[in-house]
Design a protein around this ligand. Sequence first.
Ligand code: HEM
Length: 458
Amino acid sequence: MLFLRIYRSPLTALPGPKFTIFSGLWLMYKEFTRQRRKWLHQLHLQYGPVVRIAPNEVSFASWDALKEIYISGGTGYDKTSFYDLFDNLDEKNMFTTLDKMTHATRKKRFVDRYNKSTVMQPDLVSVVRENAGLFIAKCTESNSADIYVNLHCYSIDCISHHLFHPYGFHSLTDESDIPKMEEITFYDALVEHYLQYYFPKLMALKARIIRPKDRQHGPIASHVLNLVRGGPETDSSAVLHKLKNHKESPDDLYIASECMDHLLAGTDTAGDTLCMLMYHLSLPSSYPTQQKLHEELINSPIDTFDDLPYLDAVLKEALRCWNPAPMSLPRRVPSDGRTIAGVFIPGDTIVSCQSYTLHRLDTEVFPNPDEFIPERWLHDDDHTARNQLMFAFGAGGRMCIGKHLATLEMKVLLQEVYTHYRTKVADDMTACMDLDDQAISSRPKGQKCLLQFEKYSD
Ligand code: HEM
């Protein structure tokens, strides 16, 4: 019976290692050992843009596939139960909502708070700029500074302001808020997530015996819940205010799960991208890039930060090379099956693209894909293919709602730093800056990055 099913399955004819026709065990092994992203990338280099990676799972790496999976019909295919891992307080949030209809209803409740026009309001820009100033003050207190910690303080202070103003965190100036940043940033969820995904019943039994010590039940979760339940009234600009005062009055746990998701999504992503970028700009090989950026910045008025071509190219290239969400974003093929990039895929198959590979596989679009070359975004040729394959923030109706806020935070910080300072890797910097995978995101392995800041005299 099993052999007949395998023989008839359209996935059997797809490119990929033979053993993946029979078993997903190798994929599971790669996941538990933090090698999924790299293994998939190797397979795509070997087999091309379509690869079977398990009996019921296929990875794609082309614009045609990306468009079909994530954009067709506006929102693409529904998410898989993998996203249940990111529920907070045992409650769903927009990110973990699987189906389109429920997702659209939730999104309407607060999406305007993340529109570009809202995010670029002078009040918010000036708070972000103030935080960038505090970041610099912290980094220049001594000869060298750990920008990994300081950048995550910066990003949590910015996102918590947007969510809870005036009850956001101030970890750049108030030491008592630092544990909140640490709880988010230094948490390693990989094994727990995959155990939960593959063995949910076993983990539920374990949770009944031993009270879990995870992030869902930690101080951040209770802090957010307290702010939602009976906490003081937030400013009308805060996301929490919008959620609490919505006419459909969503319940407390729903609001807390949503806010917690934005807090988690908004802290490590921006912090890790900036850290990888500033580290690479601080290597001697990037000094010319740093100089070019400095020259653009000192010759531009302060409020033009969003329209500076070189700053834009530097950030885009950082998101291409070191996207903090470089792994597969899984979706379920609708039950009647679909043709993806010219291949028929049966209903309920798990399909995905990973940005790590989309940003590297086609070397005509991205020559020397492993090199950091901001200039590639400034060429006069047609940008369409490059932009289509840029998947750092996802695509379609489920793409990142925090894109404009994250871009604001990253551009303002880079502007404040590189207008006034030259950065160098500190002599005692030994931490590993390779990307280390969690289940969907990646971060610098050593979680430490020592840089020196030298003030320009011009
Ligand atoms: C460099 C910064 C960031 C990157 C690279 C990034 C990346 C992404 C990606 C790839 C997705 C799509 C996930 C999927 O389809 O499965 C996503 C979704 C999301 N992101 Fe971000 N993100 C960033 C910053 C932020 C920030 C600052 C927030 C703050 C609110 C945020 C909140 C969200 C939310 C709520 C979703 C779910 C959207 C939905 O399901 O409709 N992200 N992000």
